[in-house]
Design a protein around this ligand. Structure first.
Ligand code: HEM
Length: 499
């Protein structure tokens, strides 16, 4: 309470100073009066407080009831958060649609979220209403976190280097086949193409050949309907509402699960042992010796596909636009293909992929400036302390990779796309959570290595096929209306390279 009054008074001071900036004496006088009044009132309030009230994070006031800052945040979330950071510091709260959010910006403040126990800052409380209708019961945020951690370990076992070696071949072949339809030159929607391609590559690599062979237009539509479950309405509105998108999501979930059940049962019956992730899941057991049932396996397969779908397709598309904007860099990446793999550009292999270090730095830099997950969120189940403030239970506590990745206190030339920054003296390297596109701590991503293999293989193949350009110099603006910040009007110009 006393803290809120302090921030209201600071604003009053700022506003007063703003209108009097041509008269220094008046400013000093006004500042003194306001500061003295503030000190007096704060003292009175503290005296009246029954004990020493906890110091809550600064609260950004809003005159709009219930909606609060939803409109300003929805229009330009990064600008909103950066502005709040400059004004209130690394920890602050505000209300949107009846919920109070507390952001922890910068590496130090983010420590609370990444090091916390799930019982204190809880992920299920905020994510489950979106993910459980899509992935199904018994997996991910529908189960207690220790069980989900066991499931993550099983998935991680399945994402190993021996498999990646096969994945590179599969992804290269899928990419060449998909882009055949682009012909020799033209202008096309890059994001749409990469989204379609990544469903195919992820299905081949993460689901196995039986499920990939069933991936036709109908199944692709089912994935799209299921994916429609990750929407703002699913986030905000009660799940029992008879919305068409909810009904489509639920129908798609049932149909996809039935397809997967048939494949799992066939594999179990055949006694055949295939070296893929489906087999890893069929053979896996929890610590107590219990194997996964078919519903858990199907749910984990859905989760694998969707967790990597938007994240990887958005990242790949942005990377294409960054490389098209900087033609010299694009040429250096193409030259690297020849230098590492051979002048005649033979088929890619995993060991060479690892040596494509410039391409890797371009991907790393894309993930810095356009991390697909803009905010990680947890529910404070009990009061939490950050930067000397007490965050009350019930707040949604958030860390934003996007803001951390461009904080002016941390990054040099923060808005420049500069893959070489990782070779130079990079001050951000000294801050543990300055760069967190894949999160950190117990909820950290298990798909990072696969995502690097997938995106580097796709871009190696595309750089070998085409020379890319922006269309009339247009670099896509950011579409903030989607939960993952996609490129707006993502059309690219391409021309086949002469080998
Ligand atoms: C560019 C690609 C990707 C990015 C940027 C990304 C980003 C993230 C982030 C930021 C988190 C942490 C979420 C949180 O703390 O709330 C996360 C978690 C996770 N990701 Fe990814 N991801 C990517 C690809 C993938 C892929 C390909 C898979 C699966 C193969 C995957 C599976 C997961 C899983 C299972 C979690 C754990 C969630 C938890 O424990 O709460 N991700 N990812």
């Amino acid at each position: 309470m006393a803290m809120h009054l302090y921030h209201l008074s600071s604003k009053l001071l700022e506003d007063t100073v703003g209108t009097m900036n041509d008269n220094l004496t008046s400013v000093v006088l006004a500042a003194s009066v306001i500061t003295l009044t503030l000190g007096y009132v704060s003292k009175l309030l503290l005296q009246q407080a029954p004990g020493n009230e906890p110091k809550h994070p600064p609260y950004i006031p809003s005159s709009i009831p219930f909606l609060g800052h939803a409109i300003a945040f929805g229009k330009s979330p990064i600008e909103f958060l950066e502005h709040a950071y400059d004004k209130y510091g690394p920890v602050f709260s505000f209300t949107m649609v009846g919920k109070t959010f507390t952001y922890l910006l910068g590496s130090e403040a983010a420590t609370l979220l990444f090091n916390s126990k799930n019982e204190d800052l809880n992920a299920e409380d905020v994510y489950s209403r979106l993910t459980t209708p899509v992935f199904g019961k018994g997996v991910a945020y529908d189960v207690p976190n220790p069980l989900f951690l066991e499931q993550k370990k099983m998935l991680k076992t399945g994402l190993n280097i021996a498999r990646f070696k096969d994945h590179v071949k599969v992804i290269e072949a899928e990419t060449v086949e998909y882009f055949e339809r682009w012909g020799d030159s033209g202008e096309r929607n890059l994001f749409e193409a990469l989204s379609e391609l990544i469903i195919l590559t992820a299905s081949s690599c993460l689901h196995g050949r039986e499920i990939r062979s069933m991936l036709n237009e109908h199944v692709a539509q089912l994935y799209a309907d299921l994916d429609g479950g990750f929407s703002h309405e699913a986030w905000l509105l009660p799940g029992w509402l008879p919305l068409p998108s909810f009904r489509k999501r639920d129908k798609a979930h049932r149909e996809i699960k039935n397809i997967f059940f048939k494949v799992i049962q066939k594999r179990r019956k055949s006694g055949e042992t295939v070296d893929d992730i489906l087999q890893t899941l069929i053979d896996a057991t929890y610590k107590d010796g219990r194997p996964l049932n078919d519903s858990e396996i199907a749910g984990m397969l859905i989760g694998l596909l969707l967790a990597g779908q938007h994240t990887s397709s958005t990242t790949s598309a942005w990377m294409g636009f960054f490389l098209s904007r900087d033609k010299a860099l694009q040429e250096r990446c193409y030259a690297e293909q020849k230098a590492v793999c051979g002048e005649n550009l033979p088929p890619l292999d995993y060991d060479q992929l690892k040596d494509l270090s410039l391409l890797e730095r371009c991907l790393k830099e894309t993930l810095r400036l356009r991390p697909p997950i803009m905010t990680m969120m947890r529910m404070a189940r009990s009061p939490q302390t950050a930067a000397g403030y007490t965050i009350p239970a019930g707040h949604q506590v958030c860390v934003s990779p996007t803001v951390n990745h461009r904080l002016h206190d941390t990054w040099v030339e923060r808005m420049e796309f500069d893959p070489e920054r990782y070779l130079n003296d990079n001050p951000a390297a000294g801050e543990k959570f300055a760069y967190v596109p894949f999160g950190a701590g117990r909820h950290r991503c298990i798909g990072e290595n696969f995502a690097y293999v997938q995106i580097k293989t796709i871009w190696s193949t595309l750089l070998r096929m085409y020379d890319f350009d922006l269309v009339d110099g247009y670099f896509p603006t950011i579409n903030y209306t989607t939960m993952i910040h996609t490129p707006h009007n993502p059309v690219i110009r391409y021309k086949r390279r002469k080998q």
